[in-house]
Structure formats: structure tokens, C-alpha cells
Design a protein around this ligand. Structure first.
Ligand code: ADP
Ligand code: NI
Length: 230
């Protein structure tokens, strides 16, 4: 085989990405062991959804897979608010696997720019690959799973389920959003119900529609039960 023109190169191209994905999965599983329920390994529903979106939207699948797998490797919420721990950790991991520098840079940018933290942030990086991963991450925050994750997170933070006296705040700065102690129901108005209209891709938008309606039904029913009117 050796010496056959082009052969080793082509072989590397096929095998290496699959091996890198395998190693990334193993790394993420190990790093996220014991994470709270909204961010544990199962949050890698995002990986599957991102692949589906990327295939339909024609984004680079390898970059999308790495971005999706590594996007919450070190969430700033659990690292004293430091937004740079995640991108740096992913970068170090990928470089040690000898992943091409352009791919490493791209994945790092996806992780750095994926979060919509509420409020009014301007986007400073965009690519079809970020769009796919971001849509997939947003899908995991809405629908039945989104509801489960929200109340899980609220419980983790010891927040009230609902308090009719505390209105949602749609104009929080990033810092206020991060330190908010509002009831979990408010999070639906401050973030979850806004996500449908923030989807980047047509595929993501279509997937968000039904999940959005389900959240709306959930809220209607929640208030009915709250008021004893069901
Ligand atoms: P991700 O990192 O996956 O983009 P976040 O870190 O923003 O998402 O949040 C993780 C999960 O916790 C999401 O499902 C989100 O809706 C939920 N969550 C985040 N902040 C709150 C909050 N203030 N109240 C309730 N749920 C929240
Ligand atoms: Ni996420």
C-alpha cells in the first residue's frame, strides 16, 4: 500500500475524524460525570440534533460535532462566571489530539459565542456551524426537556417555582441575568419563549415550533392549576 499515490492521506481523512469524535465523547463523558441534570452527558442530545441540522443546512459536520460535544465542557455558571474556561479547555484538548488549527479555532469560537444569556447582546462571530450548534442547544432548552431542565436548574438554585408578585424582567443586563434569583416560571418569559424566534436555521425553526407550543400549553395548565380552575 505504501507509495500508492494519495492513499495514506485519504485514509487519514476518513479515519482520523471518527477517532477524534470517539475520543471527544470519552473526554466529555469523563469531564461531565456528576454534573447537574441539565448539563450532564445527556445534554448531548444537542450533538444529535446539531448533526441533523448540519446535514440539512450543509454545514461542516466535523466542526459541528466537535462544537456540540464540547460546548458546555466548562460552563461559566459553574466556574465563577468565567466565560473563557470552556473555550480554553476545548482548545487544549483538541490541540493535544493534533486537530488542525483552523478547526480548533472554529470550535473555540463556537463555544465562546454559543450562549444567549438573555438581555441584549450583539453577535461578534457567525458561521453556519455555530448556527447549527446554537440551534441544537436552544432546542434542548425548550419543549418537554426544556421544562424539565428549567425546573431542575431552579431546584439546584433553590428558586421558587412561581411567585405572582415577581414579574419577569425582559431588560436584564448579562450580569443581572446571571445573578437573578427570580422564580423558575419567569425564566420562560425571560428566555425560553423567546428562543423560537431566535433560531438561526430553517431546520431549527421548524423543530422549535412544536416544542414552543408545548411550553405554552404547559404554562396555561400551570396557571389553571395554580388558581384551582382546572
Ligand atoms: P446551555 O448552557 O445548555 O445553553 P444554560 O446554561 O443557559 O443552557 O442553561 C441550562 C439549562 O438551565 C437550560 O435548560 C436553561 O433553560 C436552564 N436555566 C438557565 N437559567 C435558568 C433560570 N434562571 N431558571 C430556570 N432555568 C434556567
Ligand atoms: Ni448547552
Amino acid at each position: 500500500m505504501i507509495g500508492r499515490p494519495g492513499y495514506p492521506g485519504r485514509l487519514f481523512c476518513i479515519i482520523l475524524p471518527a477517532m477524534i469524535i470517539e475520543q471527544t465523547i470519552a473526554y466529555v463523558k469523563q469531564e461531565l460525570a456528576g454534573a447537574e441534570g441539565g448539563h450532564d452527558w445527556w445534554h448531548y442530545r444537542v450533538w444529535k440534533a446539531a448533526k441533523q441540522i448540519a446535514e440539512k443546512e450543509g454545514a461542516d459536520i466535523f466542526v459541528v460535532e466537535l462544537g456540540a460535544l464540547l460546548h458546555d465542557i466548562a460552563d461559566s455558571k459553574f466556574h465563577g462566571g468565567d466565560d473563557e474556561v470552556g473555550p480554553a479547555k476545548a482548545r487544549a484538548f483538541l490541540l493535544q489530539l493534533s486537530v488542525e488549527p483552523a478547526v480548533v479555532d472554529h470550535v473555540e469560537n463556537i463555544i465562546r459565542h454559543i450562549s444567549f444569556k438573555g438581555g441584549k447582546e450583539a453577535a461578534t462571530f457567525s458561521s453556519p456551524e455555530l448556527s447549527a450548534v446554537q440551534d441544537a442547544d436552544r432546542l434542548d432548552a425548550i419543549g418537554a426537556i426544556g421544562i424539565a431542565r428549567a425546573f431542575n436548574y431552579g431546584g439546584f438554585k433553590n428558586r421558587a417555582l412561581y411567585d405572582p408578585a415577581i414579574a419577569p424582567d425582559l431588560n436584564m443586563t448579562k450580569a443581572q441575568y446571571k445573578s437573578s434569583t427570580a422564580p423558575t416560571i419567569n425564566h420562560f418569559y425571560e428566555k425560553l419563549l423567546l428562543l423560537k424566534d431566535r433560531m438561526n436555521t430553517p431546520t431549527g425553526k421548524a423543530m422549535a415550533e412544536e416544542r414552543h407550543q408545548f411550553m405554552q400549553q404547559f404554562l396555561d395548565r400551570f396557571y389553571q392549576e395554580w388558581d384551582g380552575q382546572e
